[in-house]
Ligand binder design. Structure first.
Ligand code: ATP
Ligand code: MG
Length: 686
């Protein structure tokens, strides 16, 4: 290493002691002067840590923090990494720019929206709203009842998104993912065109647009391209194995002449193929970036050797992978345990028992997690934990901002923020008595014929529409509320605006129409408090929608008390805990029943087990009740069964009472033959 780059030590030019904090391979990555750099390395080898220290080193060498762009898979990960950078090197002035691809795209697009036919105040629609909009686009195209079955809007959104994110032709995507609709490609393409038009007309972008439009800026608008390429000196990307084609193209197109790009990732942890991620991005990086430096990190700092041995033995079953060395740095350690329980209830009870035991041994709840394949697998456990007064946070499942009451209230804010937001309008008008879909559409057509539907609504003469009586009264109330919300004072006070919607109308409506209205109204008060932190409605709404982006982060800010984490494996990526339970390790559950790609499913198992530092528990119920309320025997997961004998021996099998004939079955159950898997098992991942 040249003297110029010597790190750490007394009298060295750096304050951070890089050589003490990092191993030799990591130091090489941190000190590397620049150009394209790839670190392809196994779990727990310090990839994320290396990025953090590289950002520090760059700052210490005088790169202004604001000229570093750090792209991560979740906004939370970005915040943690940036927090760490600030702890290590105090610096005034600008901050490192960090976040998900979607968040970064959003920030950039606000600045250049007009080049793309949008206003700088465009709104972002989430997945659910995209589905509504796609439904409307479909209705534009197929005006009559079709003679053959047409795909549902949800599937259309999925296919559309896949096409956009992978850059593959629609026909090919249809053949692979929805062959039953293979002959409807042309109609579908037309629906997608209408969908695009509708979004532009309504000044709306969906999540994919945040990437697609970003790339369009870079490829079609020379001035924007030049400006963006000069904007950042260094780009750092974590979890690069889960980028899709679009994201890889964006990163490549953002590079200035120095091509200062460092990406880190692990092909064995690529788990988003089902959504279009391509681990060829990481394997093909050297070809796309001739002259790139490839660095290897081969020491695992996270897990004790028995856990690592199990992970390595499992992933060895995959054929499509890049061979890597992964040596444990730690020594000793306890064996992972495989535990079979008779029923899901027994599984939940057992996990709770062990959690409390571990807590006695000094493991904080914060240091433990329970992981599963699908969100629905956590429900038994949630019940059990609640009974035992064990607090937990759920990193999967319905997020706060996806709840209907939250979306209902926010629709009001969205509409006054962006008067052309048809989706928001449709949502809020549906809450009013007397407005069915047809009448709502008629009202919208009327309002949208002018430049500003909000003002048009406020000024509407009641007699103008020849409304049924029920609708006349509710329209008057709506006009009043929208008029008040669009006043400048409330536009600048998002918290007050939320309160105003709730108090003037929604609380009463919720009590009449929704279950658990009390809890929902409390949620909305929380929402108002959260909104108080933002200077205006527009900033608040953008933040909220991005919190809710594809990374599926938990937006709720719970008390910083001691809390156990429950998470799908997908949401657990990149994180570590001292003790990890993986539950529902049975065929049909993990791997899931509708498994397109066994190797991806095995990578998911690999991600799960490599989250554990000290203790790993692999848990499965032997019998479960299926959708028809029939009890069926479950086979152990192939990921347990296939482990080689040497490793299986390591895997101490804990004693748990085997199902003792029918007596172990919950009352009312019937028996089925082993090997049956529930064909209706849900397979949502987040
Ligand atoms: P994953 O593949 O799961 O994303 P990773 O490669 O990003 O893992 P990190 O999360 O950066 O790995 O590091 C794993 C753990 O090892 C962390 O607790 C980290 O602080 C620690 N670690 C990494 N490198 C070192 C080192 N040189 N010295 C001490 N601890 C280290
Ligand atoms: Mg990492």
């Amino acid at each position: 290493m040249s003297g110029r780059l010597r790190a750490g030590g007394r009298g060295g030019r750096y304050r951070v002691q890089y050589e003490c904090e990092l191993n030799e391979q990591q130091v090489a990555a941190v000190m590397h002067p620049g150009g394209p750099i790839l670190a392809l390395a196994g779990a727990g080898t310090g990839k994320t840590r290396t990025l953090v220290y590289r950002a520090c080193r760059l700052i210490e060498d005088g790169v202004p923090p604001g000229r570093i762009l750090l792209l991560t898979f979740t906004n939370k990960a970005a915040r943690e990494m940036l927090g760490r950078v600030e702890q290590l090197v105090e610096h005034g002035g600008s901050r490192v720019t960090g976040g998900t691809f979607h968040a970064a795209g959003h920030r950039i697009l606000r600045r250049f929206a007009d080049l793309l036919g949008y206003t700088p105040r465009f709104s972002i629609v989430d997945r659910e709203d995209s589905v509504d909009l796609m439904g409307a686009a479909q209705a534009d195209v197929t005006t009559e009842i079709p003679s053959v079955r047409a795909p549902r809007p949800r599937l259309l959104v999925e296919l559309y998104s896949f096409v956009i994110n992978t850059g593959r032709p629609l026909d090919e995507v249809l053949a692979g993912r929805a062959p039953q609709f293979a002959d409807q490609g042309e109609t579908m393409a037309e629906v997608f065109r209408r969908y695009l038009e509708r979004k532009r007309r309504a000044d709306l972008m969906d999540f994919d647009d945040l990437l697609l439009n970003w790339l369009l800026l870079l490829t079609r608008h020379a001035t924007a391209r030049e400006e963006l390429r000069r904007r950042f000196d260094h780009i750092l990307v974590d979890e690069y194995q889960d980028t899709n084609r679009l994201q890889a193209d964006i990163v490549d197109a953002m590079l200035g002449p120095e091509r200062n790009l460092m990406v880190v990732g692990d092909d064995a942890q690529s788990i988003y193929g089902f959504r279009g991620a391509e681990f060829d991005n990481i394997l093909g990086f050297p070809e796309r970036h001739p002259g790139c430096t490839v660095l290897r990190l081969e020491t695992n700092y996270r897990s004790v050797p028995p856990i690592l041995a199990l992970a390595n033995a499992s992933i060895a079953h995959n054929r499509r992978q890049f061979a890597k060395v992964l040596r444990p740095e730690r020594s000793g350690g306890e064996m992972p345990l495989e535990i079979a329980l008779p029923t899901p209830e027994a599984q939940a009870a057992h996990v709770a028992d062990r959690l409390l035991e571990l807590r006695e041994e000094g493991y904080e709840l914060e240091e433990m997690a329970v992981l599963y394949r699908n969100h629905a697998h956590s429900l038994d456990l949630q019940v059990e934990l609640t009974k035992r007064n064990i607090p937990f946070r759920v990193r999967s499942g319905l997020r706060f901002f996806e709840h209907r009451h939250v979306k209902d209230v926010l629709a009001h804010l969205r509409f006054v923020d962006n008067p052309r937001d048809e989706v928001a309008f449709a949502r809020l008008v549906k809450l009013r008595d007397g407005f069915g879909p047809r009448l709502a559409a008629r009202l919208w057509d009327r309002l949208a014929s002018g430049p500003d539907p909000v003002q048009a609504l406020v000024r509407l003469e009641p007699g103008e529409l020849a409304l049924p009586r029920a609708a006349t009264g509710s329209l008057a109330e709506l006009r009043l509320l929208v008029g008040e919300l669009s006043a400048a004072s409330l536009l600048a006070q998002p918290g007050e605006a939320v309160r105003h919607v709730v108090e003037s109308f929604y609380a009463q409506w919720a009590r009449a129409h929704l279950e658990a209205a009390g809890a929902r109204i409390e949620d909305l008060e929380q929402l108002a408090l959260f909104a108080d932190g933002y200077p205006d409605i527009n900033t608040f709404l953008s933040e909220v929608t991005l919190l809710n982006d594809l990374s599926g982060e938990d937006a709720a800010v719970g008390p910083p008390d001691e809390m156990l984490t429950l998470s799908t494996v997908h949401q657990a990526k990149g994180i570590e805990w001292r003790a990890v339970f993986v539950i529902w390790l049975a065929e049909g559950r993990f791997p899931g029943f509708r498994m397109d790609d066994e190797e991806e499913e095995r990578r998911l198992f690999y991600v799960a087990v490599t989250r554990a530092r000290d203790r790993l528990f692999l848990v499965r119920p032997e019998i479960a009740r299926d959708r028809y309320r029939v009890d069926v025997l479950l086979e152990p997961s192939r990921f347990l069964a296939e482990l080689p004998p040497g490793v299986r021996e390591l895997l101490a099998v804990a004693e748990a009472a085997p199902p003792d004939g029918l007596s172990a079955l919950p009352a009312g159950g019937r028996y089925r033959l082993p090997g049956f898997v529930d064909p209706l098992e849900d397979d949502g991942v987040s």
